[in-house]
Design a protein around this ligand. Structure first.
Ligand SMILES: O=C(O)CCC(=O)C(=O)O
Length: 296
């Protein structure tokens, strides 16, 4: 199969299933560099991350990383992630085929997920990050082999296709971080399929796809690390209030261009988001636990 046909097949699969798996999106060396960077972020040795204080130098990487489930917006604290991995050429190339020639990024997340930490309940990313044209795509980059045991992604293939954002309700389970999961979908009991992948693989999924992950039940001292970036067509404005952190807006402009042109470049770009440690909300008895908020 020639390159052009391969791209057509990749796009057809993405449109039909709502996700594609692309092995070797990152080299093993890139994964190593990102894992070193993750530990430096965790030590407080990169830019400010709200919720992370500078740690003593004598802690090893495992001791450092075991403290964290997810760092939100790591590209705001890490030059490496911002300059090399948001608009990584291999990612830009695939997205230009899946989304269109003009692509921008508005979010990154660094999952550390040490053994014993919870998963993420069924959700749709467009519930949190609304685009006008349904072009949101998550690029989930495995930095460790992701397995059922250590909490890989699970997806419901084709669940994006009806273009409906479903309601959410408390899940009441300690297996999952945050409070809510999807409800009232065509089949809430659908277990979906696990997406077990090797390190360096990208799982690219549509913002309407129902997806989740289970807890990391692998032996103590191990991790299921992944860098997840969210992208969309730059032709669409982004009416995203950053989950209530900023005033309602027609077009959130804290974006990074990934490929092509920005039709709204005349608006300039903002610098309003910041890196922070995502609060873990598995303590469902905590009266301050806000089940309505979650950022993906
Ligand atoms: O990596 C995970 O555990 C969950 C990722 C996820 O839900 C997302 O990227 O939207």
């Amino acid at each position: 199969m020639g390159a052009a046909h391969r791209w057509v097949k990749t796009k057809t699969d993405y449109d039909r299933n709502g996700f594609v798996v692309i092995p070797d999106m990152l080299s093993q060396e890139d994964c190593d560099r990102l894992l070193v960077e993750a530990a430096e972020i965790g030590r407080g040795n990169r830019g400010a991350v709200r919720g992370i204080a500078k740690l003593p130098d004598n802690l090893d990487d495992t001791e450092v990383l075991s403290r964290y489930l997810t760092v939100q917006f790591p590209h705001k604290a890490s030059e490496l992630i911002r300059d090399e991995f948001i608009a990584h050429p291999a990612i830009a190339k695939v997205l230009s085929h899946l989304i269109g020639p003009n692509v921008k990024c508005m979010q990154s997340m660094l999952f550390i997920k040490p053994s014993g930490k919870p998963g993420q309940a069924w959700h749709q990313d467009e519930h949190f990050i609304p685009t006008r044209d349904r072009s949101l795509a998550g690029v989930w980059l495995a930095l460790d082999d992701a397995t059922i045991e250590n909490g890989c992604l699970w997806v419901r293939p084709g669940s994006h296709a009806d273009g409906v954002i479903y309601d959410t309700a408390p899940h009441g389970s300690a297996d999952f971080d945050s409070g809510n999961h999807l409800t009232g979908t065509p089949d809430d009991a659908d277990m979906g399929i696990p997406v077990e992948v090797k390190r360096g693989t990208a799982v690219i999924f549509n913002g309407y796809l129902h997806h989740r992950s289970l807890p990391n039940r692998a032996p103590a001292g191990t991790f299921r690390r992944a860098l997840v970036n969210h992208y969309m067509s730059a032709n669409s404005m982004l009416p995203w209030d950053w989950d209530g952190r900023i005033s309602p807006t027609r077009d959130m402009r804290d974006i990074v261009m990934v490929c092509g042109d920005d039709p709204y470049s005349w608006k300039g770009v903002d610098d309003i988001t910041y890196a922070f440690l995502r609060a873990e909300t598995t303590d469902l008895d905590d009266p301050n636990h806000d089940t309505t908020k979650k950022i993906f």
